[in-house]
Write a protein that binds this ligand. Sequence first.
Ligand code: SF4
Ligand code: SF4
Length: 424
Amino acid sequence: MKEITPEQRQKALDILIHPSDSKLITHLNACVHCGLCETSCLFWKTFKEPKYIPGKKVDMVSSIYRRYCTFLGKTVPKLNHAREMDENTLTEMIDSLFGACTMCGRCVKHCSIGVDIPFVVRTGRRMLATMGLVPETLQATVDAAINTGNNMGIPTEDFVDTIEWMEEDEEVPIPLNKEDADVLYTLNPREPKFFPLSIAAAAKIFQQAEVNWTLSTEMYDVTNYGYFSGNDAEATAIAKHMFDEVHKLHCNTLVLGECGHGSRALRWEAPNYLKTHPDFKIITLIEMLENFIKSGRIKVDKNLNTKKYTIHDPCNIVRNGGLYNSLRYVVRQVVPELVEMDPNGSDNFCCGGGGGMLAMSEYNERRLKVGEIKANQIKATGATVVITPCHNCVDQLTQINHTYNLNVEIKSLAEVVADALVVE
Ligand code: SF4
Ligand code: SF4
C-alpha cells in the first residue's frame, strides 16, 4: 500500500470528526447488528462470507468512527469494537467498500431500521479518496473524464467519425454543437465506443418527435465516476463541465441519456456538489419518451417488436430514482410480451456492474460471479430480449449473457422504442 502522510490521514478522519450534517452520525450509530440485511446483498448471497454482509460494510466505517470520535472507543477500543485506521483496516476497507459493494441500495430496503448503507459506504470511499487510495483503475476512469471530457478518453475526431458513420448508415441527422437547441442530449461513452446504434435510435426518435436537439462534442458524457470514487472535488468538476456546456450552447433542457448513476449524479447530486440549482430543466430519456408517447408526439406499434421481453431495472433509475412507472409505461407501449423478473422494480437485484465495478478490472472475476444472480433471474423469465435503460448495465448484462450462455439480446430502451416507431 502506498504511504499515507499524516495530513492525508487526518483529513480522512476529519470526515468523521467534523461531519457536515447530522445524517452521517445518525447512520454511523444506527446499526443494531441484527443481520437482516444479509440476504439482500448480491455479494453475500454469492459468497456467503461475513465480510460481505451490508452491516459489516457499515461497521468498517463506524468502527473507525468509534475509535476516534467516542469516549469509550478512545479509552477501551477493544471492548467497543473500535478499530485503529491502520494498514490492515485500510486494506480491508478498499476490498469491502470498493470491491464488494455496488452501492445499489437494495440492502436499505431490507434493513430493520433504514440505515443508508451506500451512503456510509461512500463516506468510507471519500476517506480512502482523501488518502489517495482509490483503486488505480477507477481513478484512471475519473482522470480520463476530467482530462478528455469522457471517461473512456475517446478522441473528439473518433467520436465525430462515429456520429457521421451513424448518420450515413442509419440515415438520420445527429446535430453536433448546435447552439440554441432546446435539448442537449447526453450519452454514456460506451455508446460511441461499443453500441453506436443506440445513438442512432435516440436520433430517430428525436427526428419523429421533431425535437430541436444537439450533442456536444466537448461534453456528451452523462457518467460521473467521481460519484463512485468518493472524490467530491472531482465529481464536482465533472458535473460543472456538463452544466457549463448547457450554458455555452444555450440549451434549455439537459436530457440524461441511458445511464443509472450518471442520471443520479447529474440530477440529484450535482446541485449539492455545485451548491446551486440548475437554471435549466433536467430530465431522463425515459421520462421524455413517456411524454412523447402520451402526448402523441411519436407513434409506436408494439407489434413491430416480435420477441419476448424482460426488463432489468437499473438501481439508480428505479430503486433510487423512482422511475418504475415511467419505465413500465414506455416498455408496455412498445413490446407485445413482457415477462417480469422476480424480484423486480425497487427490489430488483443489481446486475453487479454498478458502483464503479465495471471500471475496476481487478474485481472482474468477483463481478461476473455475483452476476449469476441476474443470469438466473433472466433465465427464469424465458425472455429472449433484456431491456435496460443504462449502458453500464448493458455492458455487464452483455458479459453475463456470454459467461452464463443465456442466448438473449440486450437492448437499450431507445433501441426498443425506435424499433416500434411508426414512421409517417
Ligand atoms: S448497496 Fe448493494 S452491494 Fe452494497 S451492501 Fe447494499 S446490497 Fe450489497
Ligand atoms: S439490517 Fe440494518 S441494522 Fe441490521 S445489521 Fe443490517 S445494517 Fe445493521
